[in-house]
Design a binder for this molecule. Sequence first.
Ligand code: NAP
Length: 352
Amino acid sequence: MATCNLALIGFGRVNRALAELVDQRNDVLEKECGFRLRVVGVSDLHLGSVMSPNGIDPRALTRAGSEKGAFSKISGGHAAPRTEQVIKQTPSDIIEATYNDGESGQPAISHCQGVLAARRHVITTNKGPVALAASALQGLVKENDVAFEYEGSVISGTPVIRMAKTNLSGVGLNGFQGILNGTSNYVLDRMEEGLTFVDAVKAAQEMGFAEANPTANIEGREVRLKVVILANELLGASLKPADVKLCGISPITASDVEDAKKAGEKWKLVGSASRDEDGSVSAIVEAKRLERTHPLAEISGVTNAIAFQSDLLGTAKVTSPGAGRIETAFAIMADIIAIHRGRTASTKTGAA
Ligand SMILES: NC(=O)c1ccc[n+]([C@@H]2O[C@H](COP(=O)([O-])OP(=O)(O)OC[C@H]3O[C@@H](n4cnc5c(N)ncnc54)[C@H](OP(=O)(O)O)[C@@H]3O)[C@@H](O)[C@H]2O)c1
């Protein structure tokens, strides 16, 4: 039976969940796709690294302590992250799930570049490499005949990119509108219940829906990266974040929310892009009032949704959980399957 070797860069929520899936879902994967997954390397800035060509017990990884250098206690482990060695020395697909720096895209872009240059497939859940460096990375993909997949970077587990690229081919896709950030949507919901903006943000933090510093979510910078990814991937644009006008939810007051309510409308943070008559694509992220009949108006809490506009289907909407460690790990599995299903015999690395 074919085995797909994986090396994980970053071992936080997402890659830890992937290790759990490797532990629990291999029988299903083997039955449905004809191969099993095996973790042969892990590198984490805090926990250290482990390399073992014959496979690392995923439970040893998930049960490792959370103290600095904890991986040194696992067989084949080391207290230092040794990221470069893990990338270069493990014959495997590399799963990049490190910190998201929305401004520079680092260190994730360098990781992806290093992996592709080493002629390995790379899968990332990180928005940075896709939104900020996709064309350079696709150049390396072509040069080295490898794959670069990133389904988890937009709506975690929901395969919107692959679905739109494959199943909406030929439909005449000419735009989309999305609620792409659960934190801001939750905050707006709570404001509708009467909370002030500040209290609604606090409530989101207490529920674990907002980071200690929620600025990137509230100001729409996180959504802007997702809009860039979707516009470039699905509408053939070449947008950079600076090309997308941004107006987040922080200026919205309780009385704005009350006014909208009285008019039968709802405030939402909407990220959208559309093809203009001259064929160019324009995009915007803005807090705006939506009529209750709008396809996105009733999307509540931390749920995400995208309404695709096309010539043949009109509006087609996808609604799903916008985040979640297991959901995002599933997106990685979907990417692995997309790479290896049907090409296990010919692939240079990974499944063999
Ligand atoms: N969680 C979700 O639901 C979700 C959904 C969609 C997309 N994503 C994206 O997926 C990525 C991972 O998310 P996460 O929730 O797993 O993040 P996380 O829990 O913060 O884990 C990231 C891990 O990567 C480590 N790391 C940082 N820089 C590194 C480096 N240079 N080499 C090796 N390890 C490094 C971090 O160590 P330190 O803690 O020491 O820095 C941390 O342990 C992010 O880009 C995120 O935006 C997450």
